[in-house]
Write a protein that binds this ligand. Structure first.
Ligand code: SF4
Length: 397
């Protein structure tokens, strides 16, 4: 029996890719194991920040230390970077699209079952309906690593959603690199994808949306589906219009806030999460505080704060960086402020009832899961709640 282990870094699209690797490899008869006893270790990497590349390096070394015999494969966004080509610990670097055929050839696998798609998580399934991005934001490596927009056909989305629902999953996440661009160049769009999966699922999440892909008409159509969970991840990146222009983002702050208001109008108890980049070249103290101001104004329940780090091939990599000490200081302030705002926002839901999908029992014996609007909930129960949806009253204490 060949055993394998997958280490996934970065975004939900990578999780979705790993889910596909897992399904394919188990359908070939391979067994999933811990890294210590795996014959094949796959590092599905991320290259969004310099920190994620550093972690990729670190994980490769760690896996080699704990398992000297494993065949270690690097795939994902960092796999195109030159620095890994000379990494002697690795046995192979393989493009994600070729990974399964590479392993199949290398290990001479016989496909013993028909391909079945399952998921790592028992409660939540993912379908990647779109890949690639053509926005070329000035700091982002993704258009170089993932290429042009490609969309999964409605028929395939239908098949996958049906199969996931038959497997008993309670919640479905539609993912994509630039999800709102699903169907670009075809007669379909994101609403068609939502329409087809809502036949099978009562809880659907949209992983992340670019503000420029949204408008009143689309938000109105999305809101017609009761199955859409009212938590929206809308990348902000900066609260300064000057920096947004420099980043080649396709919206300004006024438009961003308008989109937030539209969602709030259409979805009761809507919550928002976002990403911000701190210390983009040219960011002054005033620009930075504009970002802090928007964090406060929107009242996000979670902000992923990324210190700017130059990525190869990108426009921003040739710009003069913000002083490192200054950047570190701003990152600390942004994290502190985000935490503070998040606590206040979450406390607003005190006493309200939510349907929570419980995922697992933690070490303290409490069941943990998420409400529709993505608030983490802990709950004590004598009944086994794993994989079940329960209506509970939210209390932040
Ligand atoms: S929208 Fe911008 S940040 Fe997002 S993947 Fe595309 S280029 Fe990168």
């Amino acid at each position: 029996m060949i055993r394998f282990f997958i280490h996934t870094m970065g975004c939900k699209v990578n999780s979705c890719d790993s889910c596909d690797f897992y399904s394919n490899l188990t359908s070939y008869g391979l067994e999933y194991s811990d890294p210590e006893s795996a014959d094949i270790i796959i590092v599905n990497s991320c290259a969004v920040t310099r920190e994620s590349v550093r972690k990729t390096r670190q994980y490769i070394s760690r896996f080699r230390k704990i398992n000297n015999n494993a065949f270690i494969i690097l795939t994902g966004c960092a796999s195109i970077l030159d620095e890994f080509k000379s990494n002697l610990i690795l046995n192979a670097i393989v493009n994600r699209d070729d990974l399964i055929s590479f392993i199949s050839n290398k290990f001479d696998l016989d496909r013993i079952h028909e391909k079945r798609i399952t998921s790592f998580e028992k409660t939540r399934a993912f379908i990647k309906i779109e890949d690639g991005c053509e926005n070329f934001c000035s700091y982002c490596i993704i258009p170089f690593t993932r290429g042009k927009i490609r969309s999964k056909s409605i028929k395939n989305i239908d098949c996958e959603a049906k199969r996931f629902s038959e497997l008993g999953f309670k919640e479905l996440v539609l993912t994509g690199i630039n999800l709102g661009r699903y169907g670009q160049g075809t007669e379909f769009n994101i609403i068609d994808a939502i329409d087809v999966v809502s036949r099978y699922f009562e809880r659907i999440r949209l992983s992340s949306l670019e503000p420029d892909t949204l408008n009143l008409k689309i938000i109105d159509k999305i809101s017609k589906y009761n199955s859409i969970c009212p938590n929206f991840h809308l990348s902000l990146q900066s609260g300064s219009n000057k920096i947004l222009r420099m980043m080649n983002r396709r919206y300004d702050i006024e438009y961003y806030l308008k989109i937030i208001d539209l969602f709030r109008d259409k979805f009761e108890n809507a919550t928002f999460t976002t990403d911000v980049i701190i210390g983009y070249p040219g960011e002054t103290e005033e620009d930075f505080y504009e970002t802090i101001n928007i964090i406060n104004k929107v009242s996000f329940i979670k902000v992923n704060v990324f210190p700017f780090s130059p990525r190869p091939f990108t426009v921003a990599s040739s710009l003069i960086p913000v002083d490192q000490k200054e950047k570190n200081e701003r990152v600390k302030i942004a994290m502190r402020e985000s935490d503070r705002v998040s606590k206040i926002e979450i406390a607003k839901f005190e006493g309200k009832k939510f349907n929570v999908l419980f995922e697992y029992k933690n070490k303290e014996g409490l069941y943990e899961g998420y409400s529709e609007n993505y608030i983490r909930v802990k709950y004590r129960s004598s009944e086994n709640l794993c994989g079940k949806i329960k209506n509970v009253i939210f209390s932040s204490f």
